[in-house]
Design a protein around this ligand. Structure first.
Ligand code: TYD
Length: 232
């Protein structure tokens, strides 16, 4: 169907407080220092319209948002993100690292809000024209651990985060079900492992995918390595 792009598409998924942003930043830094061109982005967001949708759907104070409206808002933000940001970057040979993607909608709106996985998946297939990650890193977090981590200090919870633990428990299981259905496209790790161990496991898996997919490191940094290496 779609022709494989020269870049690599990696999504981080997991419940709130799983530490996705920390690990996405670690991976991005590690790949950049190895000469890869990297784009780090997030959902909902990544485009001007996506950032507006983000505050509409996440901030408290916009009245009731029914589940279908919520699913469509996330899908609208994702459509813009996929077509305006992710596809062009992949076509340029960039490694795209996104903090959340379609699985978040399947978990939060499909399982958490009860819309069902199938409808949410097909909405998102349409929204992204079938653009799926090459690898999804799932940081599996226990809902009560997640709440403790995200409310540490005086951080407040957004509209979705403030849902009760059973909502977050349904989400956790939906993520695990998605991973179990396509194990070769997932790396599932316990969110409570230490940061260094997680970063190393993720980098190892991504490096092997970069080799398998023939993703080139940035030519400028390769050239400088070659020049240095060639000199006596
Ligand atoms: P996130 O960016 O991880 O939150 P933060 O930056 O505050 O850590 O995600 C925002 C919230 O949106 C999170 O509670 C999950 C939710 N969400 C959905 O419900 N569906 C979606 O499709 C996406 C992308 C996020």
């Amino acid at each position: 169907m779609s022709i494989k792009s020269p870049g690599l598409f990696i999504a981080f998924e997991g419940g709130d407080g799983a530490g996705k942003s920390t690990q996405a930043a670690r991976l991005s830094d590690a790949l950049e220092s190895r000469g890869f061109s990297v784009l780090r982005t997030r959902e909902p967001g990544g485009t001007p319209i996506g950032e507006k949708l983000r505050s509409l759907v996440l901030d408290h104070g916009h009245g009731t948002i029914d589940p279908r409206t919520e699913a469509l808002m996330f899908a609208a933000a994702r459509a813009a993100h996929a077509s305006q940001v992710i596809r062009p970057a992949l076509a340029d040979g960039t490694v795209v690292i996104t903090d959340r993607y379609i699985d978040s909608s399947v978990a939060y709106q499909g399982a958490g809000r009860g819309l069902g996985a199938e409808g949410v998946l097909s909405l998102n297939e349409w929204a992204t024209e079938g653009l799926h990650p090459d690898l999804t890193v799932l940081l599996d977090v226990d809902p009560s651990d997640g709440r403790q981590r995200r409310t540490a200090g005086d951080a407040t919870e957004d509209r979705l985060e403030s849902e009760p633990d059973d909502f977050h428990s349904a989400i956790r299981h939906a993520f695990l079900d998605l991973a179990a259905a396509a194990p070769s496209s997932y790396l599932v790790l316990p969110a409570n492992a230490d940061i260094e161990t997680l970063a190393a496991r993720i980098l190892e898996r991504v490096e092997s995918l970069l080799v398998d997919n023939g993703v080139p490191a940035n030519s400028a940094s390769l050239e400088s390595e070659t020049v240095t290496g060639d000199r006596p």
